[in-house]
Design a protein around this ligand. Structure first.
Ligand code: AHM
Ligand code: MG
Length: 335
């Protein structure tokens, strides 16, 4: 790209040309991006500042929290609560919603985030990231409640993630395709690197935690087994496998070169629909993938059409290249 376009300039020009980023939403996205810069800074220092390791607490889902999980959560809350653009926030790391305190003006947006996705990779210097999703607070002039957050993913007005890898990359959609920005640390700004990101419809690469294979449902076993049979099997081609164990990194690879990502239900905890969270992980990633021409389902239904019933609800996830996600979804229907 010959001319360097900053995130700010991109957002301003989008609003001017398409009217799809009102100024409050622009402020929100810029504040989230600023928070991500600060998280990126903390992540890159790691042991130098003594912030690796467990925090000695658990989140609402009973998962051990890392110090960086908590720091990232605080950075996002503090950055976002005073700007006047938000009514409330919800986080994978907090049991209840965080309503903007009375001392600040309340805006009309709701922000949800997984402050640091891929927690098991924090201490081992592998890519992790922040995932976020933005909705409008439903109309009615009432005080904001948890119920306001239980909107279908298709109602999102913005979604994205920031990947803290060899580069720090912010990936965003406001419903007009997917764009990527890389952090220029010297300049301190996110610079546009790719527009109109497209996920190839076909792929020969899948991502799943294979160690859970014996616990999967039949349709998932069938799909993966057929991939593993390669040229000798019904697919007639070889497949490669990748699993970073950070959804942000796996989804980023899929947005870059295609692939299929799966985190299915399994029979160890049959009452749990899956491991990943609908509101903080599946909805934003599902929308990004759709906006790039891919597909995202829970095996039966489009993720974005699911009606959430609880803030921390979990869901099975199949997303990525259209033909592969369509196939594994077909297998669930017994076809
Ligand atoms: P987290 O939000 O607690 O980090 O958990 C979500 C992560 C995803 O990023 C990733 O796809 C998955 O959990 C990895 O799970 P596993 O440890 O089974 O490989
Ligand atoms: Mg997560």
């Amino acid at each position: 790209m010959s001319q360097r376009i900053s995130l700010t300039r991109y957002l301003v020009e989008q609003q001017r040309e398409h009217g799809n980023i009102p100024s409050e939403l622009r402020l929100l996205l810029e504040v989230v991006a600023r928070a991500c810069k600060s998280i990126s800074q903390a992540v890159s220092k790691g042991d130098l500042t003594g912030i690796l390791g467990v925090a000695g607490s658990e989140n609402v889902q009973g998962e051990v929290q890392k110090q960086l999980d908590i720091i990232a959560n605080e950075v996002l809350i503090e950055a976002n609560e005073w700007g006047g653009h938000l009514a409330a926030m919800a986080s994978e790391e907090m049991e209840a919603i965080h309503v903007v305190p009375n001392r600040y003006p309340q805006g009309e947006y709701l922000l949800m985030f997984d402050p640091l996705d891929g927690s098991s990779n924090i201490d081992v210097n592998v890519s992790i990231g922040t995932i976020f999703s933005v909705f409008k607070k439903p109309e009615g002039g009432h005080a904001v409640t948890e119920q306001d957050f239980l909107q279908k993913g298709r109602e999102q007005v913005a979604a994205g993630y920031c990947l803290y890898g060899p580069q720090t990359t912010l990936v965003l959609t406001v419903g007009a395709g997917v764009v990527m920005f890389t952090l220029d640390r010297e300049q301190g700004s996110f610079v546009l690197i790719k527009e109109n990101v497209q996920v190839p419809v076909d792929t020969q690469e899948f991502a799943i935690n294979m160690s859970n294979m014996r616990h999967w449902a039949e349709p998932v076993k069938r799909y993966v087994d057929e991939c593993l049979q390669g040229t000798e099997g019904p697919r007639g081609k070889n497949f490669n496998m990748r699993w970073v164990a950070s959804m942000v990194a796996d989804v980023h690879r899929i947005l870059t070169r295609g692939g299929v990502f799966m985190y299915p239900w399994d029979q160890r905890e049959p009452h749990k629909a899956g491991k990943l969270r609908l509101l903080y992980e599946a909805n934003p990633m599902g929308w990004l993938i759709e906006q790039a021409g891919g597909v995202a389902t829970n095996g039966q239904q489009r993720i974005l059409d699911l009606q959430p019933t609880a803030l921390h609800e979990r869901v099975s996830v199949f997303l990525g290249s259209k033909n592969e996600v369509d196939r594994v979804t077909r297998y669930h229907a017994g076809l």
